[in-house]
Design a binder for this molecule. Structure first.
Ligand code: BDP
Length: 326
């Protein structure tokens, strides 16, 4: 009698253990940034909230510093379900979801608030739909500030100062066109290779926002940071469609809410970190210069816009929608 009871309860225990194992879905999340970076803080808070709100049915884990591969690979992995979620920059998204290339047109956004208004409105919705067709469920948008050029040689004040510089760009042909239009030589390269390439002179410079320039330590080897602010590229918090479809409707709702909270948190952290990073690189002796005549840089981009609209006629109204967003 006693033995049966024990056996019975052991059976019950192992069934409940089994069912928890079967139900708990451990999500793997890709992150390019180090601990403490605004995006990392937001992803970690997202993971925690999802776990709590789904009573542990979904248990996300964030892998930092791109240890799961570079960004282009990671986008593919989220698409095919090998990874469950990630924070991606919309730059390297362009070759995979062409509609999102609109945000990679230099100077398309007037400023960061304008980018937020666009992404939080109808255009952002259209991007999410285009991404969904490629199995990426974009749940919220992160901030990534404005990107400026930095290099090891001299300050950039006019487009002619870019002439001849070997510049690393993210993986997107529009950035190669952008550097070409300024007379530079662009090399698309993974983020993780940039530091060494700057150090050894394989490249002379790159472009990024303050937090990445600082956290990647590029400021230690490329001491001229010139505020061209030529690209304001939003980022997404994305779930693999496969992982998304495996959720119940109420768990989907919980994940969606957690992603929205993560976006609010990321934007707050972003503002703080941008200022802290600026102060840190200044204290380290970096030379930061304003660019008085941004229009001179912008003018060089006209042929890129013309070619883009010619090659992507269906995206012409997207470009206009952004430009017409107040
Ligand atoms: C950072 C973005 C990251 C990019 C990186 C880069 O947050 O997603 O991969 O720039 O330049 O600002 O590659």
């Amino acid at each position: 009698m006693k033995a049966t009871l024990v056996l019975g309860s052991m059976a019950a225990l192992s069934t409940s253990m089994l069912s928890t194992t079967a139900q708990a879905d451990t999500w793997r999340g890709w992150n390019i940034h180090p601990p403490g970076y605004p995006n990392t803080i937001a992803l970690e808070s997202f993971a925690k909230e999802v776990k709590e709100a789904t009573d542990g049915r979904v248990s996300p884990k964030v892998y930092n510093n791109s240890i799961l591969g570079d960004q282009t690979d990671a986008i593919e992995q989220v698409r095919n379900g090998a990874l469950d979620f990630a924070n991606f920059n919309m730059g390297p998204m362009g070759p995979i979801v062409p509609a999102t290339n609109v945000v990679s047109l230099p100077f398309i956004f007037k400023n960061i608030d304008h980018m937020h208004r666009v992404m939080d409105g109808e255009v952002g919705q259209r991007f999410a739909e285009a991404m969904a067709e490629k199995n990426l469920v974009a749940l919220s948008w992160f901030d990534s500030g404005a990107r400026s050029f930095y290099n090891t040689k001299h300050a950039i004040r006019t487009p002619d100062d870019v002439k001849g510089l070997k510049l690393r760009v993210m993986n997107n042909d529009l950035y190669v066109q952008m550097a070409d239009a300024l007379g530079g030589n662009a090399t698309p390269m993974s983020y993780s290779e940039v530091f060494q390439s700057l150090k050894t002179g394989v490249i002379d410079g790159a472009e990024n926002n303050y937090p990445s320039y600082e956290s990647s330590n590029h400021f230690e080897v490329a001491g001229y940071f010139s505020l061209t602010q030529h690209l304001i590229i939003p980022e997404c918090l994305c779930i693999s469609k496969r992982s998304w479809n495996a959720l119940s409707e109420s768990d989907q709702q919980a994940v969606r809410e957690a992603a929205e909270h993560a976006s609010t948190l990321q934007r707050e952290e972003w503002t703080k970190r941008s200022e802290a990073s600026r102060e840190k690189v200044l204290a380290a002796g970096v030379s930061i210069n304003e660019v008085d005549d941004k229009a001179a840089f912008q003018d060089r981009m006209t042929p890129i816009y013309e070619r883009f609209v010619e090659q992507n006629p269906a995206l012409a109204d997207w470009v206009e929608a952004i430009q017409n967003t107040p």
